[in-house]
Design a protein around this ligand. Structure first.
Ligand code: PGA
Length: 300
């Protein structure tokens, strides 16, 4: 016998999993908490097993809940895809483009999106930003259509579309004693108090790999969870750092200097990534083609 769950119940269950609590799901869906609770109870009754347990403030899905979640994603995803295909057949480019980008990519992706929306004004964008680890977690849950990484997860079956270089450069305040040096060895640079991004950051991951290869250790003074906060801390003389050059694009002249450290910049490359097994929605496909056509202009 088929489970007679409604589409609304599946959407509510998806929102519960993403938002993490009944109250947050209710807020996200503009529904009352009792409505959300009642629909979740009906869904669990139809499934015949509990879908989740509340452990303290954490929501833990049961095996039945995980399986139901997978079906909810497939059903909702496939209806979204149907809508987009139908729009496509009518020559319309509309629908939602779900994009997840690592924090360092947020400096240039919005400009790309601005141009894309000018061309396709009926497309809506759902734009999520997080560090590399947060985006890897979202990718494994399949929340977004496309992701922007410079260091994609190694073991995931991904299709990658490289589109822009991402050099990581050494920075100091322009009042720093090294600001006017022509050359600086990595060993000397490594002695300065260093401001490093948090665990889970792709910038930190690339930096750690680079240092490991050279057997160099940094003098880490502060761990900071934001590129902006690092830039401001460096400007105020708290130490030096290594960040993507893209983080400096706005305000490069506001008190920072790129230091000529040997072996730097650390090279890397931005790629648009998606799961090999997930068919791309028409909007995501259109965006990908469009971004690829634009990439020579972006790299200049
Ligand atoms: P992140 O992004 O340091 O914010 O994680 C950069 C990257 O993944 O390369």
């Amino acid at each position: 016998m088929r489970i007679r769950a409604t589409l609304r119940q599946l959407e509510i269950f998806l929102a519960l999993q993403e938002a993490g609590s009944v109250s947050a799901a209710a807020e996200q869906l503009h529904l009352t908490q009792p409505t959300v609770s009642m629909q979740l109870k009906k869904l669990a009754d139809l499934v015949g097993l509990p879908l989740y347990h509340q452990i303290g403030r954490r929501l833990q899905l049961t095996d039945a809940g995980l399986r139901t979640l997978q079906t909810a994603r497939e059903v909702v995803g496939s209806l979204d895809s149907l809508q987009m295909d139908l729009d496509d057949l009518q020559g319309l480019k509309r629908g939602t483009l779900r994009l997840g980008v690592v924090t360092t990519a947020k400096y240039f992706i919005p400009h790309l999106l601005g141009d894309f929306l000018e061309r396709y004004p009926d497309v809506e964008i759902d734009f999520k930003v997080g560090n590399r680890q947060q985006m890897i977690d979202r990718l494994s849950e399949g929340y977004e259509d496309l992701y922007v990484f410079s260091h994609p997860p190694e073991n995931a079956p991904l299709t990658l579309h490289p589109f822009l270089t991402n050099p990581l450069v050494a920075i100091a305040a322009n009042t720093h004693p090294w600001a006017d040096r022509d050359r600086l060895s990595l060993e000397e640079f490594a002695q300065a108090p260093f401001l490093i991004r948090e665990q889970g950051s792709g910038t930190r991951y690339a930096l750690e790999q680079f240092l490991k290869q050279r057997g160099v250790k940094l003098n880490v003074k502060m761990t900071v969870e934001s590129n902006e906060a690092i830039r401001h801390s460096v400007m105020s003389g708290l130490g030096v750092s290594i960040l993507s050059q893209h983080t400096l694009a706005f305000g490069a002249d506001t008190g920072l200097r790129i230091l000529p450290v040997e072996g730097l910049p650390i090279p890397s490359q931005w790629s648009l990534a998606h799961h090999k097994s997930n068919p791309l929605s028409p909007v995501a496909r259109t965006f990908l083609q469009w971004a690829e056509q634009r990439s020579p202009a972006l790299t200049n």
